[in-house]
Design a protein around this ligand. Structure first.
Ligand SMILES: [Zn+2]
Ligand SMILES: [Zn+2]
Length: 318
């Protein structure tokens, strides 16, 4: 497992920044709400008219976003009473994650039940695809360019979102049958899938290694692996021996999801980080710096900013 130390920190496993960050964002409606909030929506009706969402689900998600600190609820004493949901700094800081998802979906997912219009970089005027780069040396970064080790709050058990923080399946049900980002949600929408994806990105390949790392029952593990395979994110190695056939590796499409994971890790550590230290310590081998990711424009090479991307094309409900 090149570049990855599997030694987990000793001590009890308590939910860390990754568990909390991926727990909040691993929900399709939440991603949609953030997307519309970044486009300027604030009022309940501005959200409800843009999404085929029930009132119960919408209020539940808005409450969760407020509780998690991504939105603040402002009430206005007027008739009828009015409330606005305003993004906080941590909520606004999700834009690179949504931008990375958008870029991946546009490049790798060709059957959409909705449109994926291009994203324009206002600085250069070109249609842009975000590229993950190192903030220190500005080189493009793929997962194999990093050395990764667990930090003081790391370990798989601590990094998987808790069941208690997940929405019940009945309230998630509204998105079933009308999934906008089925490929993204195959990775993001299940607490084990992102952990599995993380393990695969770090070089775990064998069924038994996934089992040992994540502590997952085999039936659950094969289920999650099948889902990722159906979406073309992971593939089973075709080999002669049984040992080879128990190996899985990420496809090009799976590897290309790394910017989404990297930006989510960075965001989670920034906003849910612990005084005891980070969950993961990643070093960019080429420059030796502690890795912090940044998205740049593939056309002009300049860093993308929340204000330098024309998101207006995203403001469609179809
Ligand atoms: Zn670097
Ligand atoms: Zn550009």
């Amino acid at each position: 497992m090149r570049g990855y130390s599997s030694d987990e920190p000793a001590g009890p496993s308590t939910p860390n920044a990754l568990s909390r960050g991926f727990g909040v964002l691993g929900d399709e409606w939440t991603l949609f709400l953030l997307r519309f909030a970044l486009l300027g929506c604030r009022r309940y009706t501005e959200f409800s008219t843009r999404m085929p969402i029930s009132h119960a689900v919408l209020s539940g998600r808005l409450d969760t976003l407020v509780r998690s600190g991504l939105m603040a609820r402002h009430e206005y004493q007027q008739r009828p009473p009015r409330a606005e949901y305003v993004l906080t700094d941590s909520g606004r800081a999700t834009w690179p994650i949504l931008t990375a998802i958008w870029g991946w979906e546009r490049t790798w997912v060709h059957e959409h039940s909705y449109e994926t219009p291009p994203m324009r970089h206002i600085t250069c005027g070109q249609e842009t695809t975000p590229v993950l780069t190192c903030r220190e040396c500005h080189r493009p970064v793929a997962v194999q360019d990093l050395d990764t080790a667990w930090g003081p709050t790391g370990g798989w058990r601590s990094s998987v979102p808790e069941v208690a923080t997940r929405r019940r399946s009945s309230t998630r049900g509204a998105a079933v049958g009308h999934t906008f980002y089925p490929d993204t949600m195959a990775i993001f929408g299940n607490r084990w899938s992102w952990a599995l994806m993380g393990a695969a990105l770090l070089g775990v390949r064998r069924f038994s290694e996934f089992e040992a790392a994540l502590g997952l029952p085999p039936s659950l593990l094969s289920g999650r692996l099948s889902t990722l395979r159906e979406h073309g994110i992971i593939e089973q190695v075709t080999g002669e021996s049984a040992a080879e056939r128990s190996e899985y590796r990420l496809t090009a499409k799976g590897l290309a999801f790394f910017p989404v994971i990297a930006m989510t890790i960075g965001w989670s550590e920034r906003w849910f980080g612990s005084d005891e230290g980070p969950a993961l310590i990643q070093t960019h081998r080429a420059c030796g710096a502690r890795f912090a990711g940044e998205l740049t424009c593939d056309q002009c090479g300049e860093p993308l900013r929340g204000t330098s991307i024309d998101l207006s094309a995203l403001d469609s409900t179809s």
